[in-house]
Design a protein around this ligand. Sequence first.
Ligand SMILES: [Zn+2]
Length: 453
Amino acid sequence: MTVKSFKRWKIGAVTITRIVETPSIASPQSLMYPGEIESVVQPHVEWLAPHFLTPDGEMLIAWQCFVVETPSRRIMVDTCIGNDRKRHFDIFNDMHNAFIEDLIAAGYPPETIDTVMCTHLHYDHVGWNTHLAGGKWIPTFPNARYLFGRDEWESIQTLAAEGDWHAEHLPDSLQPIVDAGLADFVETNHRLCDEVWFEPTSGHTPGHASVHIFSEGEEAVITGDLMHHPVQCAIPHKHSAFDHDKDQACRTRVSFLSKYEGGRALIVGSHFPGPTAGYVVRAEKNWRFDIDRPEPRTGIPVSKVQAQNHSEDSQMTTQEKQNEHLVVEFFETLSSGNLEALRSYIDDDTTWEPMVSENVPGAGVHKGNAIVDEFIGPVRNLFVSGDPKVKIHSLVAAGEKVMCETRASGALSDGRRYDNVYAWAFAIRNGRIKEIREYMDSAYVAQLFGTAS
Ligand SMILES: [Zn+2]
């Protein structure tokens, strides 16, 4: 059977195509929430039906993967369950589906894929890594590098040694890739290219990562298994039987939902049935999943930091609110490591001056594009990909100025950690950042980078 249910989304210059392998089936509540007598779904039927529930109110779960095509790459994100396997669950035993034909029909013959990104190494995300040919398991994507999480790989070795069924697919879906020399072991924040990188979302498995897509100011995240069903937006704190570290999985869901609430990114649910993608929006104490994008938030403070700083009777002008908003976005972009996107916040005459002693790397005044090319780029290269992350502690706007406190932390490429607090002064005119001054503990920086006088 060929299931021609492709669905495509455009994120700037990137196309995401959904390939369904096993269409939605009902998943009894007792599987995910054993012992839960009351319906966890009932209070949320209004927004879950009809897409994410059966007519009887059971959760629907699908198995599918995504081809992410950038101007220069063709990437598989996960590879579903696969044919001809012996599996723990009867329904996935010895399947014979038309996945490869579907992939070709969608315009992506396997040999044209250059990268396979595995959100984690569970059997239902790595199956089509290989296929059976002449009695042997061989790589389905012979011209691809397969990105396996380093922590995931270690974890599955341990499970295999313990005889755990969670590792039963190691010999047919993973080991042949390693044996063929096609596997690269990567960190959970590994950046593949300008538009695509892993985002750490551990809990479901120890090294679980989602896939972040960013292009022309638009964003999407392919969740992997940080959630299995949209109802988890409303009950993110509830332990799910599917998660390896249940407390960590809850923390990850809450921080993920907080981060993306309000429509900042298209959220593509790896196990969500059609329409599969939507937006996280606030609902009562938690969140819900909306298919429609919420109204853009113009001139309204976006972060919780801002919500804390300003009560409803705030006397801020619209301009000041917009300036705050711009600085919050600037830090989010800086943290994402997308330096091309950073250029849209600055002009040719923008200056950035770290207020540090002269012996500290980066001391001096940086101007225009040199800010990215000669200052921020080289500084970020001292860190592992995706670091350092900047967190805003407080923020206040007055006139054209925005002042704030942040903490920047992350891992240096040589394994040491960086952790420093900053105070910032921004001047903003006409929606562009014109001046940046940053104050930090420069003795700490000088000591860390070995240039102390
Ligand atoms: Zn899964």
